[in-house]
Design a protein around this ligand. Structure first.
Ligand SMILES: CC(C)(COP(=O)(O)OP(=O)(O)OC[C@H]1O[C@@H](n2cnc3c(N)ncnc32)[C@H](O)[C@@H]1OP(=O)(O)O)[C@@H](O)C(=O)NCCC(=O)NCCS
Length: 179
C-alpha cells in the first residue's frame, strides 16, 4: 500500500472505519483542540466520519496526505498529515492522544512522514506553525529538523474560539538531511 509507513513502534496508514471510535475518544479533548486550528470541541462521531470521507479525494488530488498513527499492539494513538499550501510547500499537522504524550510518538511519526514526503512524493518544503503556548510542539519540530522562520502569525483555533499567536517553522529538503 503506497500510503503505509512503518517505523520501529508505529504504523502510519489511511484511517479505517475501525479507527473512528478511538479517534473520537482521544480527540475529544480540549487540550488537543486548543492546540490545533480545525478540530471542533466537543468532537463527535459525525465530525470524525465527515473528516474521513474527504481523504480519498485529497490523496487523489495530491493535496492532502492524512495518516492514522497506530502504536503497534495498541491501536490508534493520533493523527498526522500534510496539506498542500498555495505554493509548492506542504503544511504538517499532528496530534497525539493525551495518554500517549511524552513517549516520543509525535517525533517518530513526523520524522517518518517527512522522509516519506521527500522520498515518495518529491516534496522539498514543509512548513508548520504552533501556538506560542505549545512549546512541546515547537520542540518536536525542532528535533526533526525544522527551523524557525523568524515570522509570527495569528491563527484561529476552533477549539479556542479565537485567534492566538503562532510561530512559523520550515523544513527544506537538502543533501544534509537530518535522517
Ligand atoms: C505536541 C504533541 C503532538 C507532542 O506529542 P508527543 O508524542 O508527546 O511528543 P514527543 O514525545 O515526540 O516530543 C515532545 C517533546 O516536547 C518536550 N516538551 C513537553 N512539554 C514541553 C514544554 N512545556 N516545554 C518545552 N518542551 C516540552 C518533551 O520533553 C519532548 O522533548 P524531548 O524528547 O527533547 O524530551 C502532543 O502534546 C499533542 O498532541 N498536543 C496537542 C495537539 C498539538 O499540539 N498538535 C500540534 C499542533 S502544532
Amino acid at each position: 500500500m503506497p500510503y503505509k509507513i512503518e517505523t520501529r513502534r508505529l504504523v502510519l496508514a489511511p484511517f479505517e472505519d475501525a479507527d473512528i471510535d478511538r479517534r473520537v475518544a482521544l480527540a475529544n479533548d480540549i487540550e488537543i483542540a486548543r492546540m490545533v486550528t480545525s478540530m471542533p470541541h466537543p468532537y463527535t462521531r459525525k465530525d470524525a466520519m465527515e473528516w474521513v470521507t474527504k481523504h480519498d479525494a485529497g490523496r487523489a488530488a495530491g493535496t492532502d496526505f492524512p495518516f492514522a498513527i497506530s502504536l503497534k499492539g495498541e491501536g490508534l494513538v493520533g493523527a498526522i498529515g500534510l496539506h498542500k499550501k498555495d505554493g509548492p510547500e506542504f503544511e504538517l499537522g499532528y496530534w497525539i492522544g493525551k495518554p500517549y504524550w511524552g513517549r516520543g510518538i509525535a517525533s517518530e511519526a513526523a520524522k517518518a512522514v517527512m522522509q516519506w514526503a521527500s522520498q515518495k512524493q518529491g516534496i522539498t518544503e514543509i512548513v508548520a506553525c504552533y501556538f506560542e503556548d505549545n512549546p512541546a510542539s515547537g520542540r518536536v519540530l525542532g528535533k526533526i529538523g525544522f527551523s524557525h522562520t523568524g515570522t509570527e502569525g495569528s491563527c484561529h483555533s476552533i477549539g479556542r474560539g479565537e485567534k492566538a499567536r503562532s510561530l512559523n517553522m520550515i523544513w527544506q529538503d537538502r543533501t544534509d538531511k537530518p535522517f
